[in-house]
Design a protein around this ligand. Sequence first.
Ligand code: BG6
Length: 460
Amino acid sequence: MKQQSDAFVFFGATGDLAFKQIFPALQGLIKNEGFTLPIIGVAKAGWNLDQFKARAKDSLEQHGGIDQQAFDKMMNQLRYVDGDYDDLATFTELRKQLGDSKHPLHYLAIPPSFFATVAENLAKSGCAENARVVVEKPFGRDLSSAKELSDTLHKFFPEESIYRIDHYLGKEPVQNILYTRFANPIFEPIWNRDYIRCIQITMAEDFGVQDRGKFYDGVGALLDVVQNHMLQVTANLTMDPPTGEEHDAARDRKSELLRAIRPLTADSIVRGQYDGYRQVPGVAPDSAIETFVAVKLEIDSWRWAGVPIYIRAGKMLPVTCTEAFVEFKRPPRETFGEIVPSTSSHIRFRVSPDIAIGLGTRVKIPGERMVGHDVELNLHSEISKDMPPYERLLGDASRGNSESFSRQDLVEAQWRIVEPVLGNVTPFYSYTPGTWGPEEAKSLIGDHGPWMDPVKSEDK
Ligand code: BG6
C-alpha cells in the first residue's frame, strides 16, 4: 500500500494553469473523493491568503462553477505562501505552513527553468524529505535537455517520487483504449500485422493558438501534442499486454513499444502553418513554426512490422476532435466482386469531444444482389462527462499511484523519435484556416489514405 500524501503544495499558484485546471480539480477531489489535505499555494504575487482565496473563487466561477459545500471546505483547506522561488525564506515559511506533514506532495505548475531552484530549496528547507513531486510538460526541449532536467530532479527526488503529467494519460477514453484491448479476448489475436493494415490518429482543433502565441512559437505542433499526447495514444493502441499488476507493468510495456518506433526522417513528416498565424501576438513575423503536422511512424517489432501509423495534429482545422482509426485488412479476394473501401473494416476510438468506440463492418443490403454497405456498430458512446484529467491525475499522485504518469525512460524514448526532425529542418506549407492542413499531407499517407476526417458529433 502506497503512502497517502498528507499535504498538497502547488507552485505557480497564481498562474494560468492553476486558474484553469488546478482549482477546479481540487474542488472536484474535495467533492468526489473527500480530499481533506491542507492545500498550500506558493507564488510571487505580493498577495495575502484572502486575495488567494478570491482567486480560487474567480477560477471556479469561470471554470466549472462553484459547488458550495466543496468550496466552503476548500476555503478552510487553503493556505498561501508568497515569495521568490530563489529565496530560501520562502521555503522556510512553506515548511512552517506544512506543520507536522511528513509526506507532502509538491506540484511544480511552473516553467521547467525554475525546477532546479525550487527542487534545491525544497531539499534545503527540509520540505523534500519523503515527498512527491509532480511536474508539468515540456520535459525538456530535446533528448539531452530532457536528460539534464531529470538529472537535476534526481539530485533531490528519487525517480519513484517524480510524477510527470501528460494530461492525455488522465483521459478516460485514452485509458479505455487499453481496457478495451485487454479486457476482450477477441481483439488480441487480430491485433497485429496479419490483420491490421494501418492506423490513423487525428487530433484536430478548430481554433488557433489564441493568447499562447509566445509559448506556441517556441514549440510547434510536433512538440506541443505529438511528442507527448499522440505518442501516448499510439502506445496504448499498440503496446503489448502488461504482465503483473505492479504500477510499472504497463509502463514497462509502453517503454518497449516506444523504443521500437523508428526515429522520424524528413520523408516521414509534413509540417503546415495556417494563414494568419504570423499575425498572432507573440509570434515572430517570419516564424517557421508548424501549427499542423502529419507524421508516418513505423514500429520495428514482429507484431507491427509493415503497419504504418499516421498521426496528424493541427490548429485551425475544420473540427475539434481526437480520434484513432484502426483499419483492418480486406479479405484476400473480394468474394462478391464489389469495390469495397479499404476503411470498411475498422475500429474507431473517439477520444474527444464525445467518447465512442465503433466497429466498422460490411453488411449486405437486403435484396437479390450480393452487395453491401458499410455500417458501424456502436460499442460505446457517451457525451464526455468523465472525470477531468487533472482531477484524476492529482488524486492518483496524492495516493502514490504512478501508473498514469510518464516515466523518464518513456520521455527519453519519445524524444528519440522526434529528435532528427527538430529545429524546423523540414519545409512547412501554408494552409487555409478551416481546411485539413496542407495538400502535402495527402502524399504522406498515399495509398493508405484517404485520411479519415472526423466529423462533428451532431453531424454524424
Ligand atoms: C495541450 C496543448 O497540452 O493540449 C494545447 O499545449 C492543446 O495546445 C491541448 O490544445 C489539448 O488538450 P485537450 O485535452 O483539450 O485535447
